[in-house]
Design a protein around this ligand. Structure first.
Ligand SMILES: Cc1cc2nc3c(=O)[nH]c(=O)nc-3n(C[C@H](O)[C@H](O)[C@H](O)COP(=O)(O)OP(=O)(O)OC[C@H]3O[C@@H](n4cnc5c(N)ncnc54)[C@H](O)[C@@H]3O)c2cc1C
Length: 298
C-alpha cells in the first residue's frame, strides 16, 4: 500500500488548491478524483479572479497541470470508497480495489444539486437554468428572468434577481408570500405567477398547467444540496444543518471534528463558488501541512 503525508479526495477547485499548498511544502500528496465537478453542466465559469468567462473545465485542467509539475504529487483518476483511521492516519480504499495510507486526509468532494422534478428543467441546468445570479445572471443582459419557487428560501432569489433583469416569480404551489413579503416583492418590481408549472421548453420557456407559455431568457431555482460522497459522514465528521442541506462543520482552519481530517469547498460551507472553494482549499492544505509538524487539533 502506497503511503502519503496527505491524501486529498476530490481533485477540483478546492482539492487542487489544497494539494498545491502541500506540494509547495514538498510533502507527498495523493489526489483522488472522480472527475464530476459540480459546474460541469455549464460551459463557462464567471466571477473567479483572473479567470472570468473562461471554460470551467480549462481552469481545472490548467490547475491540475500546474500541480502535477511538483514531483511529490500523485494523481489517481477514480473514486475513494471508504476512509478509516489506521496507524495514526487514514487508510483510503479506492474503487479499483487499491488502497493508500495518508497521515492526514483532506476531503474536497463537493456537492450534488437536487432539482425539482419539472419536465425539461434538468436538461437545461447550467445552460439556461441556474442557481447563482453572480455566476450567470450578468449574461442574461437585463432580460426576462423566471424564478421557480421551491420553498420559502426562494423569496431571497426573487428579491435579489431584479438587479439582473425583469423578474417573474413562479410560485408553483411551493411558496405563498405573506403580506409583508408581497410588499417587498412589489417594491422590487417582481411579477407573481401562481399557476403551477407543467414543463420547461425551448430555451427557458415556462409552460403552465393552464396552457399558457411564458418565454424567459433564463431561469433560477434554489437546488437542495447533498454531499457528493458519504466519506465525511462515514468518518463521523460533525455536520451542520444548512438552509439548503447538510454540510461538514469545520473550524476556521477547515479542520473537521475528526482529528486529522480537513474539509474544504462546497462540501464544507452552506453555499459556495469557485473562488470560495479555492480559498478554503488553500486553508485546508496549509492547515493539514502544519498539523504534520505541530499536531492535529483534537
Ligand atoms: C450549473 C453550475 C454552474 C456554476 N457556475 C459557477 C460559476 O460560473 N462561477 C463560480 O464561481 N461557481 C459556479 N458554480 C459553483 C461551483 O461549481 C462550485 O462552487 C465549485 O465547483 C466547488 O468546488 P469544489 O472543489 O468544492 O467541488 P467540485 O468542483 O464539485 O469538485 C468535487 C470533486 O470531487 C470529486 N469526488 C466526489 N466524491 C469523490 C470520491 N468519493 N472520490 C474521488 N473523487 C470524488 C468529484 O468527482 C469532483 O471532481 C456553478 C455550479 C453549478 C451547479
Amino acid at each position: 500500500m502506497d503511503t502519503y503525508d496527505v491524501i486529498v479526495v476530490g481533485g477540483s477547485y478546492a482539492g487542487i488548491s489544497a494539494a498545491m499548498q502541500l506540494a509547495r511544502a514538498r510533502r507527498r500528496v495523493l489526489v483522488v478524483d472522480a472527475g464530476r465537478r459540480r459546474n460541469r453542466y455549464a460551459r463557462h465559469s464567471h466571477g473567479f479572479l483572473g479567470q472570468d468567462g473562461r471554460e470551467a473545465a480549462a481552469i481545472v485542467a490548467d490547475a491540475r497541470a500546474q500541480l502535477m509539475k511538483y514531483g511529490t504529487v500523485r494523481w489517481h483518476d477514480g473514486t475513494a470508497t471508504l476512509a478509516v483511521p489506521r496507524d495514526g492516519g487514514f487508510r483510503v480504499s479506492l474503487a479499483d480495489g487499491e488502497a493508500a495510507h495518508g497521515q492526514r486526509l483532506v476531503l474536497a468532494t463537493g456537492v450534488v444539486d437536487e432539482l425539482p422534478a419539472i419536465p425539461g428543467l434538468a436538461e437545461r441546468w447550467g445552460a439556461s437554468v441556474f442557481h447563482c445570479p453572480y455566476c450567470h445572471g450578468y449574461e442574461l443582459e437585463q432580460g426576462r428572468i423566471g424564478v421557480l419557487a421551491t420553498g420559502a428560501h426562494s423569496l431571497h432569489h426573487a428579491l435579489m434577481l431584479p438587479d439582473w433583469g425583469q423578474v417573474t416569480f413562479f410560485l408553483n404551489a411551493a411558496f405563498e408570500p405573506d403580506a409583508e413579503q408581497l410588499a417587498k416583492l412589489a417594491a422590487r418590481g417582481v411579477t407573481l405567477e401562481r399557476t403551477p408549472v407543467r414543463a420547461i421548453a425551448g430555451r427557458a420557456t415556462v409552460a403552465l398547467r393552464d396552457g399558457r407559455e411564458m418565454a424567459m431568457d433564463g431561469l433560477f431555482v434554489v437546488s437542495r444540496l447533498r454531499g457528493a460522497s458519504p466519506l465525511a459522514e462515514l468518518l463521523g465528521c460533525d455536520m451542520e444543518e444548512g438552509a439548503l442541506g447538510k454540510y461538514v462543520r469545520t473550524d476556521m482552519m477547515k479542520a473537521t471534528s475528526v482529528a486529522g481530517v480537513y474539509a474544504c469547498g462546497d462540501l464544507a460551507r452552506m453555499t459556495g463558488n469557485v473562488a470560495m472553494a479555492v480559498a478554503d482549499g488553500a486553508m485546508a492544505g496549509a492547515a493539514a501541512h502544519q498539523s504534520l509538524m505541530f499536531g492535529a487539533p483534537a
